[in-house]
Design a protein around this ligand. Structure first.
Ligand code: FES
Length: 110
């Protein structure tokens, strides 16, 4: 089973293939939203963009969904609510960047 490390929270959890990244984070008590996005988010519907995270390696997740592509979330940038762990092969490192949409250049302070 792969490990998912949430850099900002300093937490690592073991997950199975096809685990949803948003559910993994929230289930582990890892904050996924910045500022007002804690209240104003779509709760995983894939429409608000506030759950955006940076994930390495990108190939450790299922391919971006149409909703992710519409928001420019490809490569290492993904919507946690849409992304699933692709397989047992890759441990993942997840970083939440600063800003309402998580598009900042610096990691969000924990
Ligand atoms: S929670 Fe709104 S896009 Fe993921």
């Amino acid at each position: 089973m792969p490990n998912v490390t949430f850099v900002n929270a300093g937490k690592t959890v073991r997950v199975g293939a096809l685990s949803n990244l948003r559910r993994v984070a929230l289930g582990a008590g890892v904050p996924l939203y910045n500022g007002l996005a804690k209240l104003a988010n779509c709760r995983g519907a894939g429409t608000c963009g506030t759950c955006r995270v940076h994930v390495e390696p990108a190939e450790g997740l299922t391919p971006p969904t149409l909703r992710e592509k519409a928001r420019g979330c490809t490569g290492p940038y993904r919507l946690a609510c849409q992304a699933q762990v692709a397989s047992e092969r890759h441990d993942l490192v997840v970083t939440k960047m600063e800003g309402f949409l998580g598009k900042g250049k610096q990691p969000q302070a924990s």
